[in-house]
Design a binder for this molecule. Structure first.
Ligand code: ADP
Ligand code: MG
Length: 325
């Protein structure tokens, strides 16, 4: 039984970057407008994420670290109308299993915060009052301490840097989905990246890309029924030698999609080779999006995929092909 739990935990939390992703998603689900991610030794020693969200109610804390506990959905129907990142109730429980977890939290109804220590099975083993403002701080120390092979795998300079990059990449993507959120990211007390609170997507783009790249981007919109697409496309083609990535956001969820990448590459670069810097934001009726495909929710299934692709393609044709190229 314990082995089974360990195995499934290792599939939710595969790396430092996936651990950060899960914890940050909880901050955003809690309505945070400020998220501070601090790593020590690239997250292998310590991952600390502080938010100014709603906090966890005293009565909910005993459940938060339990596997399959979620405060976010109650019924099967809720799963179809999902608007939160979390719904599986696996992240905190898995983190408890794979590292040493403490949670400091305070709701607006409490006069002080409380610091909880959790056991590997997510049970509270220590409670003490503390002085933090409203919000939650989750600390995970010694991630993968019970998985020596994985720990060693990630314990090289190359892997550490790779994880730092992936974490930064995720934070950038999620920042574009939440322009109003201030995100701060450091490792060993050195700033890696940050984004101030922005009032528009374009302003957020300046923090994510450099301002010269962002200035080169043109915003286009189009709607088809209940599908709405907003894209930021590069005016001039980026150099092939300098490939960039596509940011894709579906209903506020940063995701990846090969089909959409492919048509972006085709139109924005004239062929299938390089990667343009693009931001694509798609809004769809919640019930037409299935985010419950893989444990880390980086993939989505769209029931109106063909229509979405057609819409994007028509926008790209208007923007690039029609403008004399
Ligand atoms: P899920 O996000 O799928 O519900 P998690 O294991 O990630 O599951 O979190 C379990 C529960 O802990 C959440 O449903 C929520 O109630 C609570 N929680 C975790 N992190 C936070 C946070 N930063 N702020 C408020 N509540 C949180
Ligand atoms: Mg979660």
């Amino acid at each position: 039984n314990e082995t089974v739990r360990l195995i499934s935990s290792t599939q939710v939390i595969t790396s430092v970057s996936s651990a950060v992703k899960e914890v940050v998603e909880n901050c955003l689900d809690a309505g945070a407008t400020n998220v501070d991610v601090k790593l020590e030794d690239f997250g292998l020693e310590k991952i600390e994420v502080r938010d100014n969200g709603c906090g966890i109610k005293v009565c909910d804390v005993p459940y938060a670290g339990q596997r399959h506990y979620t405060s976010k959905i109650q019924t099967h129907d809720d799963l179809q109308l999902l608007t939160t990142y979390g719904f599986r109730g696996e992240a905190l429980g898995s983190l408890c299993e794979l590292g040493d977890v403490t949670i400091c939290t305070r709701t607006k109804d409490e006069l002080h915060s409380t610091l909880y220590t959790l056991s590997s099975s997510g049970i509270i083993t220590g409670t003490k009052p503390s002085h933090a403002p409203v919000g939650t701080t989750v600390i995970v120390k010694h991630l993968f301490k019970n998985l020596p092979v994985r720990k060693q795998f990630y314990n090289s300079t190359k892997k550490k840097k790779e994880q730092l990059k992936l974490t930064e990449d995720y934070l950038m993507a999620v920042s574009l989905a939440h322009p109003g959120c201030h995100v701060h990211f450091s490792n060993n007390k050195m700033l890696v990246w940050q984004k101030p609170r922005a009032s528009t997507v374009r302003a957020a783009l300046v923090s994510v890309l450099t301002s010269s790249v962002a200035r080169n981007m043109v915003e286009v919109h189009k709607k088809d029924g209940l599908i709405s697409v907003q894209m930021f496309l590069p005016k001039n083609l980026p150099s092939r030698k300098n490939p960039h990535r596509t940011f894709l956001i579906v209903n506020s969820r940063p995701v990846r999609d090969k089909g959409i990448d492919k048509i972006l590459r085709k139109h924005a670069n004239g062929d299938d080779s390089g990667w343009p810097v693009c931001l694509v934001i798609i809004q769809l009726p919640t019930e037409t999006v299935d985010a419950n495909v893989n444990a880390n929710k980086t993939q989505v299934i769209l029931s109106q995929k063909e229509k979405v692709l057609e819409l994007i393609e028509s926008m790209l044709v208007d923007f690039y092909d029609a403008s004399s190229r």
